[in-house]
Design a protein around this ligand. Structure first.
Ligand SMILES: Cc1cc2nc3c(=O)[nH]c(=O)nc-3n(C[C@H](O)[C@H](O)[C@H](O)COP(=O)(O)OP(=O)(O)OC[C@H]3O[C@@H](n4cnc5c(N)ncnc54)[C@H](O)[C@@H]3O)c2cc1C
Length: 393
């Protein structure tokens, strides 16, 4: 067996080259850490891992400010679409909430970008950092740790066994984390009773940089602006029991259903392309740290994408680790895990509350929730505070 110890004082193994693993590897390497990044999918011919699909992400200004800092991705702004307005409402209920960047004196309330575009930025950066070793096509076999280091046994594409060691291991291996299972960390799993469809939609009128979120009894429906003036990313939820029906619909009938859910805040959807379906699950591990190992990103917090918080929360994991990694003070390692867990719990509670309250089957419950939203609209200081929270500040 090949032994490849990383006996440097600042060394890390990052498992998973999805957006959070890749970003964490880049951030640590830029601070001089020796990083080994492991990805289970074999990445031949510059192909990105499949999690970098065309899903359109809403990024908070807080995430974008950090990502576009001088040493990370200063040109990322070229790939982003600004969100100037956010309109939130509930189907069949009176009242709505509108937020405007101008009211806040800001250029944007948020930004959109596809996960695939983000991946291209991250993988270009990975290729230029000599202290990152990316090994793809790996199968993880065993994990051991003591007070000083973590050792990982893996099999590469040639079926050779390798042993890697480092001072710290970060598990960014997604919702069904191998590392989490290997550490026997139990996780609470909640399956939502609706599925999610995403598509690139063409609208009958320009979006004017508006994002729309509309809650319905079958789950939320949303629109995120894309670069072209009439093009948006559509997010549409439907009941699990309607799956076969939705899959069998002709485009015209699907568009009629979508327009019925969406309302006419931005005119009508007239065309849909690039349709993808996702099942929705929430996964909450009981803890995110064991010895020198920490779970990050979806491995630590998988949530409903309705509030657009998953990646933003993962980026906050990376920010906090980056701050800690400057000194790598061992006494601050557990406090780091505790503060990240608190942020995860708060964010996931808010996201789940949003889904269940506003998509409640009872019109009365939804009406009460919408009345609350209307109160926010009528109270400008509260509205400003909530807008800033939605922006990640
Ligand atoms: C439709 C949709 C829309 C979304 N919209 C938003 C949004 O608007 N805003 C937002 O903030 N978030 C959004 N999210 C959430 C966001 O996409 C996720 O939070 C993000 O992908 C998590 O990144 P990750 O790197 O933690 O995990 P993943 O993307 O799941 O990546 C995990 C990586 O680990 C690899 N891996 C798995 N197992 C192993 C193993 N054993 N060994 C090595 N590698 C392994 C996988 O191949 C993969 O490359 C959305 C999600 C969905 C589904």
């Amino acid at each position: 067996m090949d032994a490849k110890p990383l006996n440097n004082s600042n060394s890390a193994i990052v498992v998973g080259a999805g957006p959070i693993g890749a970003l964490l590897a880049i951030t640590l390497a830029k601070q001089g850490w020796q990083v080994t990044l492991l990805e289970k999918q074999a990445l031949n011919d510059n192909v990105l891992p499949s999690s970098y699909d065309k899903r359109q992400l809403a990024l908070t200004p807080q995430s974008v400010d950090w990502l576009t800092q001088q040493t990370l991705f200063p040109t990322l702004h070229n790939a982003l679409t600004e969100i100037h307005h956010i309109h939130t409402s509930s189907k069949d209920c009176f009242g709505s909430l509108s937020m405007h960047a101008q009211e806040m004196g800001l250029p944007a309330l948020g930004y959109t970008v596809s996960q695939n575009t983000l991946g291209n930025y991250f993988f270009r950066a990975l290729a230029h950092l000599p202290n990152i070793t990316l090994i793809s096509g790996v199968t993880l076999c065993a994990l051991q740790q003591n007070n000083q280091s973590v050792e990982l046994i893996l099999e590469n594409t040639n079926h050779e066994r390798l042993s890697l060691s480092a001072n710290y291991l970060f598990a960014a291996d997604g919702a069904h984390s191998w590392v989490r299972n290997a550490l026997a960390i139990t996780a609470q799993t909640r399956h939502y009773d609706h599925h999610l469809l995403t598509a690139v939609a063409t609208l009958s009128q320009p979006h004017h940089h508006t994002a729309v979120e509309r809650f319905t009894p079958t789950g939320p429906t949303a629109i995120l602006p894309m670069t072209a003036p009439n093009q948006v990313k559509l997010v549409y939820c439907y009941r699990q029991q309607d799956e076969q029906l939705i899959l069998s619909l002709q485009a015209h009938d699907l568009i009629t259903r979508i327009n019925h859910q969406l309302g006419h805040q931005l005119g009508k959807v007239i065309q849909i392309d690039d349709i993808q379906h996702y099942s929705l699950v929430e996964i909450k591990p009981e803890r995110i740290q064991q010895g020198n190992i920490m779970l990050v990103g979806n491995a630590a917090h998988t949530q409903h994408p309705v509030a657009g918080q998953g990646l933003n929360l993962g980026i906050r994991d990376v920010q906090a680790i980056a701050t800690w990694a400057k000194t790598a003070d061992a006494t601050l390692w557990q406090p780091l895990a505790i503060s990240r867990k608190k942020d995860h719990q708060q964010t996931m509670k808010a996201t789940h509350g949003l889904v269940t309250l506003f998509s409640h089957p009872s019109a009365t419950v939804r009406s009460i929730a919408t009345a609350g939203v209307q109160l926010i609209e009528l109270c400008p200081p509260l509205k400003k505070r909530i807008t800033r929270m939605a922006m990640g500040y």
